[in-house]
Design a protein around this ligand. Sequence first.
Ligand SMILES: Cc1cc2nc3c(=O)[nH]c(=O)nc-3n(C[C@H](O)[C@H](O)[C@H](O)COP(=O)(O)O)c2cc1C
Length: 210
Amino acid sequence: MFYEPAARDRALLPHDPFKAIVAPRPIGWISTLDAAGTPNLAPYSFFNAVADSPPIVMFSSAGMKDSASHALGRGEFVWNLATWDLREAMNQSSAVLARGQSEFAFAGLQSAPSRIVAPPRVAATPVAFECVVTQTIELTDAASRPIDRHLVLGQVVGVHLDERFILDDGRVDTAAMRPIARSGYLDEYSVVDEVFHMARPPRPEGPRAS
Ligand SMILES: Cc1cc2nc3c(=O)[nH]c(=O)nc-3n(C[C@H](O)[C@H](O)[C@H](O)COP(=O)(O)O)c2cc1C
């Protein structure tokens, strides 16, 4: 079949399959601090790494939600790895709470201080990235109309890594951390507990980009 997103056959596809197709998506579990110093934590599945040198991650906010607003306000955020063990807490942290109430407490999570940026991190996660905002992009549609989606990009300036997940050969054991990812629709997730290896094709001699 072929369809244009705004005109899909709603009898055949009553639920937009977009997020079930672009799946799994890593979860940006973002901690920030509001102006009064209250920690905020929320998951964003429109999240990814977009550069590695320097490392840059981004998340996209549908409307100017607290995480984006706080990240812009202070110029800082922390990305926390959402894992199988932390799945319920990650989900709880998406709750809308009264101003001044922290999702850390609501989700039963301890926070731990960051080293370089002010927002705290999730103490129980095996990895957290301290990030400094580098850019924000107000997304538009193809006709250049604003769509109220706010992309926040941040350079990773500090990495907290639980050394239990470093293998003897110095590689990080991704599968052992059991990262969870967002799949389709309202309640589907994936867990990475297995990886496979595949060699890249031989490259011609000369400089390489990545
Ligand atoms: C797994 C998961 C992924 C989510 N991804 C996004 C997202 O990419 N963009 C977004 O705007 N909201 C997303 N949400 C909803 C936000 O987490 C939710 O609106 C939250 O209350 C925002 O909190 P904040 O205002 O403190 O930032 C997601 C929720 C869940 C559970």
